[in-house]
Design a protein around this ligand. Structure first.
Ligand code: S3P
Length: 423
C-alpha cells in the first residue's frame, strides 16, 4: 500500500516506544526452556516477535497472550516437542538464527524457513559454528530452509569472524545443551541481551571483556521480565526531533544498553542536544528517559567497533549525515548488505531520490551533507527500517513523499505512524 507522508512538521511532547525487539525474542525463547512460568511485560507485538511466539507454540510450548502480559509456560531444557509443521519465521532473522541453535540440540528433526527475504539471507554464519558443535543442519548452500536433525552437542572455542549478536546467540543457546564448556571470542562486541538474560535465568555464563564462557546447566529458572522501550525504534523519533525546527520531545523508558547506543554516541559528537534522564537498571538492562531538542548537526566519520553498536541505525545515520554540515564517511559496515534489504544500496538509492548525495562503497557510504530534501515516490523494499527512515526524512521535505509498501513498519514498530502523528 502507498502512504503520503507528512512534511514540514516539528515533533513535540512525551511518548514511549514499544518493547525492545531483540529482548522480546529472547524472553520467549529462554522462557520456553526454563522450568515454569515466565511472565513478560512490555513484549513487542510486532510481526517478527509474533513469529517467534508461533514457532514456540508449534514446538509445544503454551504461551498465553494477555493485553499487557505474555506468559510462557516453560517446559525445561528438554521439553520441546517435535513440530508437526515447518517452523515459519516470516521476515525475522533473529528468530531463524537463534532458534536454530536450540533446534540443533533436540531429540527430533525440524525444518525452519521464512519469507522471500529470509531465504536470501546468509545462514552459513550459524551453520558453520553449530556444525563444529556437532549439529546436523542441511541447507540450500547456506540458505533457508534449514533441515535440522537434532544431535548431541559439544562445547567449542569460537572466534567470531563477524560481529553478529544473532550468530553469538545461536551458539550460546546451543551451548546450554553441550556436554562441556563453550567459549566465544568477539573481535568487536555485539549486543549482549542474550548474555544478560541467560545469566538472569541461572545459566552458567561468564563474560570477560570480549570473551564469553558458557557451561552447561541442568535447568533454567523462570523469571518476571519487564522489557524496556526499543532504542532502535526510539532512534527514528529522536532523529525526527533533531532535524526538524522547534522540536522538543521526551521518550520514556528506553533501553540504553551500551552495546546498542553507538548511534546516540555519534549523534552527541555531531552536536545533538540529547539528555539521558532517570537512568536505572531493569532486569540487568540500562534504561532511561531520553530528552531531545532540535539541533544543528555536523558531519562525522564512523568505522570499526562503533559499527556493531549502531548496525540497525546506519540508515538513519545516512539521513542525518545528509542534513549535517560537511561530508561523512561510513566504513566497515559490509554487514548492512545482509539485512532485510541491502541497506547500503536501498538507503542510498531512496535518499538520493529526494535530494541526498550518497555514494555507495563496498563496506559503507560517502555522504555529502547540507542537503535540502524534496518530494518523490519512494520504495521500502519491504524493509521496516528503510520505510521508517523515509518517513522521518519526509518531516523535512518541502513537498510530500509517496512511500510504497509502508506496512512493513509492522515488523518492529506497529504504532510508528500513530506516534509521529501524536507528537
Ligand atoms: C539482532 C542482531 C543484529 C540486528 C538485528 C537484531 C539480535 O543482527 O541487526 O536487528 O536481536 O540479535 P546481526 O546479529 O546479524 O548483526
Amino acid at each position: 500500500m502507498k502512504k503520503i507522508l507528512l512534511n514540514n512538521k516539528s515533533l513535540n511532547g512525551k511518548t514511549t516506544v514499544l518493547g525492545d525487539k531483540s529482548i522480546s525474542h529472547r524472553a520467549i525463547m529462554i522462557g520456553a526452556l526454563a522450568e515454569g512460568i515466565t511472565n513478560i511485560k512490555g513484549f513487542l507485538k510486532g510481526e517478527d516477535c509474533i513469529a517467534t511466539i508461533n514457532c514456540f507454540k508449534e514446538l509445544g510450548i503454551k504461551i498465553v497472550e494477555n493485553e499487557d502480559m505474555i506468559s510462557v509456560y516453560g517446559n525445561g531444557l528438554y521439553g520441546l516437542k517435535k513440530p508437526k509443521n515447518q517452523l515459519y519465521v516470516g521476515n525475522s532473522g533473529t528468530t531463524i538464527r537463534l532458534i536454530s541453535g536450540i533446534l540443533s540440540a533436540q531429540k527430533f528433526s525440524s525444518i525452519v524457513t521464512g519469507d522471500s527475504s529470509i531465504i536470501k539471507r546468509p545462514m552459513k554464519r550459524i551453520v558453520e559454528p553449530l556444525s563444529l558443535m556437532g549439529a546436523n543442519i542441511e541447507s540450500d548452500n547456506g540458505f533457508a530452509p534449514l533441515y535440522i536433525n537434532g544431535s548431541n552437542l559439544k562445547g567449542i572455542e569460537y572466534n567470531m569472524p563477524i560481529a553478529s549478536a544473532q550468530v553469538k546467540s545461536a551458539i550460546l543457546l546451543a551451548s546450554l545443551f553441550a556436554k562441556n564448556k563453550t567459549t566465544i571470542i568477539e573481535k568487536y562486541k555485539s549486543r549482549d541481551h542474550s548474555e544478560i538474560m541467560l545469566k538472569q535465568f541461572g545459566a552458567n555464563i561468564s563474560i570477560n571483556n570480549n570473551v564469553i564462557e558458557c557451561n552447561p546447566v541442568s535447568k533454567l529458572i523462570p523469571q518476571n521480565i519487564n522489557i524496556c522501550g526499543d532504542i532502535s525504534s526510539a532512534c527514528f523519533i529522536i532523529v525526527g526531533a533533531l532535524i526538524t525546527k522547534n522540536s522538543h520531545i521526551i521518550i520514556e523508558n528506553v533501553g540504553i544498553n551500551p552495546t546498542r547506543t553507538g548511534f546516540l554516541e555519534v549523534l552527541l559528537k555531531m552536536g545533538a542536544n540529547i539528555k539521558f534522564l532517570n537512568i536505572k537498571y531493569i532486569n540487568g538492562e540500562k534504561v532511561c528517559d531520553i530528552e531531545v531538542k532540535s539541533s544543528k548537526l555536523k558531519a562525522c566519520d564512523i568505522s570499526g567497533d562503533i559499527i556493531p553498536k549502531m548496525i540497525d541505525e546506519i540508515p538513519l545515520f545516512a539521513l542525518v549525515a545528509s542534513l549535517a554540515s560537511g561530508t561523512s564517511v561510513v566504513k566497515d559496515a559490509e554487514e548492512l548488505k545482509f539485512k532485510e534489504s541491502n541497506r547500503i544500496k536501498t538507503i542510498s538509492t531512496e535518499l538520493n531520490k529526494i535530494g541526498a548525495n550518497i555514494i555507495e562503497a563496498s563496506d559503507g557510504m560517502i555522504i555529502e551533507g547540507d542537503k535540502i530534501f524534496y518530494g518523490n515516490e519512494c520504495e521500502s523494499y519491504n524493509d521496516h527500517r528503510i520505510a521508517m527512515c523515509i518517513a522521518i526524512a519526509s518531516l523535512v521535505c518541502n513537498e510530500p513523499i509517496i512511500l510504497n509498501n509502508y506496512e512493513c513498519v509492522n515488523i518492529s514498530f506497529p504504532n510508528f505512524f500513530d506516534i509521529l502523528e501524536n507528537l
